[in-house]
Design a protein around this ligand. Sequence first.
Ligand code: NAD
Ligand code: UDP
Ligand code: UDP
Length: 343
Amino acid sequence: AIFCLAARNPGRQFVAGKVPLGLKRKGLRVLVTGGAGFVGSHLVDRLVARGDSVIVVDNLFTGRKENVMHHFGNPNFEMIRHDVVEPILLEVDQIYHLACPASPVHYKYNPVKTIKTNVVGTLNMLGLAKRIGARFLLTSTSEVYGDPLQHPQVETYWGNVNPIGVRSCYDEGKRTAETLTMDYHRGANLEVRIARIFNTYGPRMCIDDGRVVSNFVAQALRKEPLTVYGDGKQTRSFQYVSDLVEGLMRLMEGDHIGPFNLGNPGEFTMLELAKVVQDTIDPNARIEFRENTQDDPHKRKPDITKAKEQLGWEPKIALRDGLPLMVTDFRKRIFGDQDSATT
Ligand code: NAD
Ligand code: UDP
Ligand code: UDP
């Protein structure tokens, strides 16, 4: 069992570099909601490796047991199949709240469920954090900027979001989750952190989740045409998952609430992304244009000055270096290599 010296508010006691003199840093008890998903499972790996005792709460809507199975049997790891829309009682020191489908295809599948997850789910996790005095980190999104009229996006920008569109269950859900987080901070003195995550890719993404990087990589490997939506001139900025996890942990352990943009400022049009995928996997991969989806943001790129200054964080892995790492994982999973251990 993990011995915790500061039961009431240990997050404050054990932040990196702030361990009281003479005391070795003890593992924390950390809850990761959505920990069986793409980002969550990479975060869990880092926390377990650091010596923390990790509980994953996940309803496995888009997450997979395979993402965390390598921790089964470790006494410092536990997975609870649970929906965050329902209350739960746990005792932990920190909560990383990730539970929420992230791919547009998944979050539009049942929009009412998506907004319930963002609002009721976040409310429950904040209520839990309040009861046990845990520090709470919300994984919000660059989608809170909507189809931005300011470029690149700075945290002070309030965004341009359609409240009644097909993406609203996600965008407005996350905006409400941010509101709830700040209201618990102001009203209940809860220690909170807010990350606004920009498009992230890497191993363990769902192969057919509809997001552009996973689509292009899977299509190129299967010798199918790369489906570019619209004219392909819309832009996104793509961050490798290990950079994001580093940013999330620095944010949790640091002294600043945020919100912080966590993303890679390298900006690509979808046609440029298709070119990088062609160069990486198959120069002969064809491109096929498809009709774009409704309310698709035209451009997106993070201004990360604040994270650089206050968290000492910036991404290290460029798209051309990160993509091959993901391709190795996708190749194994698509072609059924028995050694398809995820990285
Ligand atoms: P993901 O879909 O792989 O992971 C989400 C996890 O949450 C899954 O394991 C899913 O089963 C679980 N989940 C969903 N609804 C739940 C519920 N009601 N109760 C319990 N578990 C539930 O997505 P991801 O890319 O790993 O995203 C993780 C978080 O980061 C999400 O909150 C997402 O909004 C945010 N985010 C991700 C990106 C990105 O590019 N990956 C960008 C911005 C924000
Ligand atoms: N909650 C939870 N686990 C806890 C404490 C609270 O799931 O350990 C839920 C609780 O069911 C409620 C929500 O969190 O729906 C908000 O709790 P809070 O105590 O802030 O509000 P209240 O219950 O007073 O409305
Ligand atoms: N997109 C595309 N082809 C695909 C999937 C997506 O051209 O097969 C485009 C989509 O229209 C959007 C961009 O890629 O402009 C990013 O989409 P994604 O779903 O990955 O993320 P989000 O829209 O949430 O940023």
